[in-house]
Write a protein that binds this ligand. Structure first.
Ligand SMILES: *Cc1c(COP(=O)(O)O)cnc(C)c1O
Length: 422
């Protein structure tokens, strides 16, 4: 490797990196450009990005249509506060998202990050019951293995033993419980467990079909059908966190569409802008929205981020939705799924590999804890891949741009195979 650029050396003493042990971590890779599925480093090397910048860059990097749409918006209006003011990109985007989502999801609250979308979704549910004269319905039912973000309530509803173990004792007073996901052989244990906490609960939150950051675990439609039925029986709202699964990652526009199960609130983020700019949202049913109507300010939703509905981010989201509408992602993703399955299948027989599985645009090689190669091993072979390290397993996964070409996919598969064989 050649010398690192001066901005990296000079800035390194002042930047605090995410989930990073600064004492032992190697320096970050300086990226000076990107295009398609590739990152270009300062020393001229190119890496195929196996994880699409935390699953956002679904159309590939620097897509000309997204750039053009942002450029166009840049000339008119970058940002204006959402309190008392309105702008076209946000209002047309809200309408467009509502048209894309199944009924009754129709009211869009924009925020700047997924974690905040989760906070808002849960606040909507808790305040909904409060506004309806049932303030005792305030707890949240979440699932083991889930991940919903890094802010406090998002940590509370994420799996307490995985990424947020450090803060588990701090967030514990926030009202929430974790249950195992309904499983075919649980003999009704889920319904039984839920019945004990339902009376004091406002909502159930789940990542539909795939629990992503918690270990890329898949579950079937029946699981979601049972959760929906139990919510209906006990008068609980259902929140789907589709921040990772939304926008064709599972093959359908949303996991809820693929599953045929519709929640009362959904959170969206990550691929919403095609990886260009930060934007997320919580989308609620009109029924939930209506319980916030009344004569008092207290009855209104108590939230309002400074950069809510940023106009440039909304323009990027429009461009991303244009691309989804113009190009047949419904056919593209099953083709990617097949290629991922063929690519990871040969690893099944590796002694450290405990499972390989593929769903939509997600390919997973699960390994014994502590055995996954470090990121550097993949980088040496031209691939950017960051394994998840959970308590019970290491997870080498691919969530590449949905448009990734065969040659770039081959680089990823070869890098994984070679790193495991070393
Ligand atoms: C990434 C993620 C979040 C958090 O989103 P941020 O934008 O990182 O705050 C929440 N839920 C799920 C399912 C995610 O994958």
């Amino acid at each position: 490797m050649t010398r690192s650029p001066h901005w990296l050396d000079e800035g390194a003493a002042h930047v605090w990196r995410p989930y990073c042990q600064h004492r032992t971590a190697p320096p970050p890779l300086p990226v000076v450009g990107a295009g398609g599925s590739r990152l270009r480093l300062a020393d001229g090397r190119e890496l195929v990005d196996g994880i699409a910048s935390w699953w956002t860059a679904c159309h590939g990097y620097q897509h000309p249509h997204i750039r053009a749409r942002i450029d166009e918006q840049l000339k008119r209006l970058m940002h204006v506060a959402f309190g008392g003011l309105a702008h076209e990109p946000a209002y047309t985007l809200a309408r467009r998202l509502a048209d894309m989502l199944p009924a009754p999801l129709s009211r869009v609250f924009f925020v700047e990050s997924g974690s905040v979308a989760v906070e808002v979704a849960l606040k909507m549910c808790i305040q909904h019951w409060r506004n309806r004269g049932q303030p005792h319905k305030r707890g949240i039912v979440a699932f083991e293995g889930g991940y919903h973000g890094d802010t406090f309530m998002a940590m509370r509803v994420s799996d307490p033993h995985e990424m947020h173990a450090t803060f588990a004792p701090i967030v514990e007073p926030l009202p929430a419980v974790h249950l195992p996901l309904p499983a075919a052989d649980d003999g009704g244990a889920f319904e039984e467990a839920l019945s004990h906490v339902a009376a004091s609960s406002a909502a159930v939150i789940v990542e539909p079909l795939v629990q992503c950051a918690g270990g890329m675990r898949f579950h079937d439609v029946t699981t979601l059908e049972r959760i929906r039925a139990a919510c209906d029986e006990h008068d609980l709202l259902l929140v789907f966190d589709e921040i990772a699964t939304g926008f064709f990652r599972t093959g359908a526009a949303f996991a809820m569409v693929r599953a045929g199960v519709v929640p009362d609130v959904v959170t969206l983020g990550k691929a919403l802008t095609g990886g260009a700019l930060p934007l997320a949202c919580a989308v609620a049913s009109e029924e939930i929205f209506s319980s916030f109507l009344g004569d008092t300010a207290e009855r209104a939703l108590q939230h309002g981020p400074t950069y809510m509905g940023n106009a440039l981010a909304c323009a990027a989201a429009h461009a991303s939705l244009d691309l989804f509408a113009a190009d047949d992602y419904g056919a593209r993703v099953p083709a990617l799924e097949e290629k991922l399955a063929r690519g990871v299948a040969p690893l099944r027989s590796h002694p450290d590999v405990t499972d390989v599985r593929v769903f939509g645009g997600i390919g997973v090689v699960e390994m014994k804890p502590g055995t996954a190669p470090k990121s550097e091993a993949f980088v040496d072979r031209g691939a950017f891949i960051r394994p998840l390290r959970a308590r019970t397993s290491d997870v080498v996964y691919l969530m590449p741009p949905l448009v990734i070409g065969d040659n770039d996919l081959a680089v990823l598969f070869t890098a994984i195979r070679a790193s495991l064989e070393r």
